[in-house]
Design a protein around this ligand. Structure first.
Ligand code: F0G
Length: 365
């Protein structure tokens, strides 16, 4: 059956979201590879370092697992239109699944602040695509006004069904470890839906007795877009404050994340960490993931950059097993990669101290 070929719908007993599974819209998402990262593992003294590559989904990002779920609900409820604000990947995934369902889609994206690959996907899949002269957070504010006036189904990450789909990689990771989970799962943090969803997935598996424990889930943000890091670092009783977000990892250029409360709870309950990494650290880590023969988009590379810090501070011990969640395909943001290899990505002061590493990477490549 088609649904059994989807890494999301093969877990449908754990997805209480449709009246009729015949309404599911699938592009055979999920079932993504778990790669061992042997070079990076060796450099960090870790025998068991893996990457769960969600960029190997049909539209090239982890968003597909959530979109197959939420688009199916939208169709079952009889909507004709769906919409989202996006830093690019959500819109590409939504447009693909809407096209598959024969529905129309509306995309609001911040002008000049998303990668071309992602914008071109939304166009290819037939979305009505509007670039607004604001940031992601501004796009979301405008969209919330629009859906109040029109019968459009909202597909931003406050949509609960997306989280249901996005919890399924947790099941696949546990399955790959023979239901004996890794010690650490490291996830990029933007709007903070993914870390929330994966936390939910592991928690439910534990409640069902499928696994005996859950991994420590750590969330890594870009230093220029780090509101969760600031919040958790500020101590008990602090207020959550949004930030003005800046990073070349445009997917996670988000200053006012919707799911900060859930993500904070996941980090705290699982005993994980939340920290941030610089632009130079992201760029180097991305190049290293490329040299494993895998590659990913910049936002995904914060995971390896974050792991280096966790290792340096002793939070990840010798012998620990670690899974990095890579969220997007390397071709999503080709401009970034080319700028890096041309030497024009980082300002000289950012590259200082990293030049030797970059040279070494180039020579090895
Ligand atoms: N990595 C990639 C490649 C992303 O596209 C995103 C988010 C994240 C990480 C962060 O995940 O938001 O659940 O914490 N992209 C959204 C979008 C915001 O619109 O495509 P998160």
């Amino acid at each position: 059956e088609l649904l059994d070929r989807s890494g999301v719908w093969r877990f449908r007993e754990l997805l209480p979201i449709l009246d009729n599974f015949g309404n599911a819209i699938t592009l055979q998402e999920g079932n993504t590879p778990l790669y061992q990262l042997s070079r990076a593992g060796k450099a960090l003294g870790l025998d068991q370092l893996y990457a769960k590559h969600q960029g190997m989904n049909p539209s090239g990002s982890f968003k597909d697992t959530g979109m197959t779920a939420a688009l199916s609900v939208a169709r079952e409820r009889g909507f004709q239109w769906v919409a989202c604000a996006s830093t690019g990947n959500t819109s590409a995934a939504m447009a693909a699944y809407a096209a598959r369902a024969g529905m129309r889609s509306l995309v609001l994206i911040p002008e000049g602040k998303i990668a071309w690959g992602k914008l071109s996907q939304a166009m290819d899949y037939g979305a009505v695509t509007c670039q607004l002269k604001t940031d992601f957070d501004g796009c979301l504010r405008v969209l919330l006004e629009i859906v109040r006036e029109a019968p459009i189904y909202l597909l931003n990450s406050m949509n609960p069904y997306r989280l249901e789909g996005q919890k399924t990689p947790a099941l696949e990771i546990a399955e790959a470890f023979d239901w004996n989970v890794p010690d650490h799962l490291i996830v990029p943090g933007g709007n903070l839906a993914n870390s929330s969803a994966l936390g939910k997935g592991f928690k439910e598996m534990k409640e069902l007795g499928l696994v005996a424990r859950v991994p420590k889930i750590s969330v890594i943000q870009a230093a220029g877009a780090n509101p969760l890091v600031q919040y958790l670092g500020a101590g008990v009783g602090a207020e959550f404050k949004s930030v003005e977000a800046h990073t070349r990892a445009t997917a996670i250029r988000i200053g006012n994340p919707a799911s900060w409360k859930k993500a904070a709870r996941v980090v705290e309950e699982t005993g994980g960490w939340c920290l941030d990494v610089t632009e130079a650290e992201i760029a180097i880590a991305k190049a290293e993931i490329g040299l494993e023969g895998i590659g990913c988009e910049p936002a995904s590379a914060v995971t390896l950059a974050g792991l280096k810090k966790l290792r340096a501070q002793g939070s990840v011990a010798n012998g620990d097993s670690v899974v990095l969640l890579l969220t997007g395909h390397t071709l999503k943001d080709a401009d970034y990669t080319i700028d890096f290899h041309r030497g024009t990505l980082l300002r000289p002061e950012e590259a200082a101290g990293h030049e030797a590493v970059i040279d070494g990477l180039r020579r090895n490549a």
